[in-house]
Write a protein that binds this ligand. Structure first.
Ligand SMILES: Cc1cc2nc3c(=O)[nH]c(=O)nc-3n(C[C@H](O)[C@H](O)[C@H](O)COP(=O)(O)OP(=O)(O)OC[C@H]3O[C@@H](n4cnc5c(N)ncnc54)[C@H](O)[C@@H]3O)c2cc1C
Length: 456
């Protein structure tokens, strides 16, 4: 049987495993990094990502974590002549609440001590100066958040929004990247530095001095011995932990998106990634509602649904496509190769998104045939914070539970795993993102009882 030695074996070639391998490799202290995956790199959950990033969270730890990741993505953008297509038109979070107290409290909490300085108010009739997101260039975009309640600003710069919307939080350090391009940039560098990708599934891991990782593939079985192991197996992170005799507090929740060509030009191409925060009852016709209500499997579609429906122009100003998403599923399931698509999802998300952007109603019952309906698992902890750091087995690290934020957080995750692996100093927030946080009962109680876990 073929055997090879690596400094580090990374299980999983999604964006998270690739980012771990990249930061380990560029540290020059682990030049031979082997990534193992039965699938093509970036083809599982990472291929379903909306590829959006933001530094808006209801807790400062997550804000600092994603800010750190964005710093690293910006560094790659500079190095690569923006090969990752990083843009920064922001996130526009819309609500019909004129005094969204909870939301604003979370905003201040999320930005911590800097909060006050980062938040610009545009109150009703105030006539304050607001910098619209006319350019996608991340280097010229402002930082902080604009809290917009001035009707004139809302009408001028968010003209497609429901007129009942009375507050928009425009998060400015936010936008999108091409995760595929970032993965490809990193893979190129990993290979240049002596790393490689091995096609196969990790079926056993033994710790006898170094690690012995058994890999199975159609071509041949092989063993990879390694000094360190990184578990970046996405939805299967729990399964790979079991190979080490460990259990991780993770679950998988399937989420879906659609993308289609906006042939009717319903959405302005300069619109930021827009999120309707308010819950709603989906806009069905009376007849549709009756049919749904009569079906015990579908009657939930006639009842109150949560908020956080998103819509974004895809492909820049000269593109034509739109992406819509709504992470309303909350039921965990075992990850399966056959993804559990909900056939009615496209029409549901369209109806939901039309509440914020009524121009989308033009597609009711007639979504284009050239539509892509895709999805993947949000692999997550109950508190929706990731697991990045040492596992119980010495020399093994986990980089997982990245839920709906793994593309934006992959760089920070990779950099933190490299720091853990080499015992380097780490930012203060790092300790809250690893398994050690479960020893802090007060923190866990607070996280599990908080009003929002930042799921979008
Ligand atoms: C619908 C949807 C929208 C999203 N939108 C966004 C967004 O806008 N922004 C954002 O930042 N994030 C978003 N995410 C989240 C993001 O896509 C994920 O967090 C991220 O892709 C996870 O990457 P990963 O590398 O951990 O997992 P994956 O991409 O799933 O990669 C894991 C890899 O591990 C491999 N593997 C598993 N078991 C084994 C084994 N035994 N041996 C070898 N290999 C193994 C798998 O084959 C797979 O290739 C979204 C996710 C979904 C589902």
């Amino acid at each position: 049987m073929k055997t090879q030695h690596a400094d580090v074996a990374v299980v999983g070639a999604g964006i998270v495993g690739i980012a771990c391998a990249y930061y380990l490799a560029i540290s020059k202290r682990a030049p031979k990094v082997v990534i193992i995956d039965p699938l093509a790199p970036m083809s599982l959950t990472s291929a379903a990502s909306g590829e959006n990033y933001r530094n808006w969270w209801p807790h400062q730890v997550m804000t600092e974590f994603t800010d750190f990741s964005t710093d690293l993505m910006e560094e790659i953008s500079r190095q690569s002549n923006n090969q990752l297509h990083m843009t920064r038109r922001g996130y526009a979070l819309a609500t019909r609440l004129a005094d969204p107290d909870t939301l604003l409290r979370q905003l201040y909490e999320g930005y911590g001590a800097d909060g006050g300085a980062k938040i610009r108010w545009h109150k009703k009739g105030s006539g304050t100066k607001y910098q619209p997101a006319l350019s996608a260039d991340w280097q010229s975009a402002p930082d902080g958040v604009d809290v917009i309640q001035d009707r004139a600003i809302l009408d001028s710069y968010f003209p497609s929004f429901d007129k009942e919307v009375s507050t928009v939080l425009h998060i400015r350090r936010a936008g999108d990247i091409s995760g595929q391009q970032m993965g490809s940039f990193m893979l190129h560098k990993i290979r240049e530095l002596g790393g490689s990708v091995v096609q196969g599934k990790v079926v056993a891991i033994q710790r006898t001095g170094s690690f012995s990782v058994a890999v199975e593939s159609e071509a041949a079985a092989q063993t990879i011995t390694a000094d360190l192991v990184v578990n970046a197996a996405g939805p299967y992170v729990g399964h790979v932990a079991e190979l080490l005799g460990e259990k991780l507090p993770v679950q998988n929740v399937f989420q879906q998106k659609i993308a289609f060509e906006d042939a009717q030009k319903a959405i302005n191409r300069q619109m930021p990634f827009s999120i309707d925060l308010d819950g709603q009852v989906v806009d069905w016709s009376e007849q549709e509602r009756e049919v749904l209500a009569e079906d015990p499997d579908l009657d939930w579609l006639t009842k109150a649904m949560p908020g956080a429906i998103h819509c974004r122009p895809e492909g820049g100003e000269h593109g034509k496509w739109l992406k819509l998403g709504w992470a309303f599923n909350t039921t965990p399931s075992e990850p399966s190769e056959t993804l559990p698509f909900f056939p009615n999802f496209p029409e549901i998300v369209l109806r939901g998104a039309s509440r914020l952007n009524p121009s989308l109603k033009v597609y009711y019952g007639r979504l284009p045939a050239r539509m892509s309906h895709y999805g993947g698992y949000y692999t997550m902890t109950k508190e929706n914070w990731p697991l990045i750091g040492p596992m119980a087995t010495s020399g093994a690290f986990v980089a997982g539970a990245l839920s709906g934020f793994g593309t934006m957080a992959s760089c920070a995750t990779g950099a933190l795993v490299a720091k853990w692996a080499f015992g380097d100093s780490r930012p203060e927030f790092t300790k809250f993102l690893c398994l050690y946080r479960y020893q802090d009962e007060t923190l866990m109680k607070a996280l599990l009882s908080s009003e929002s876990t930042g799921i979008l």
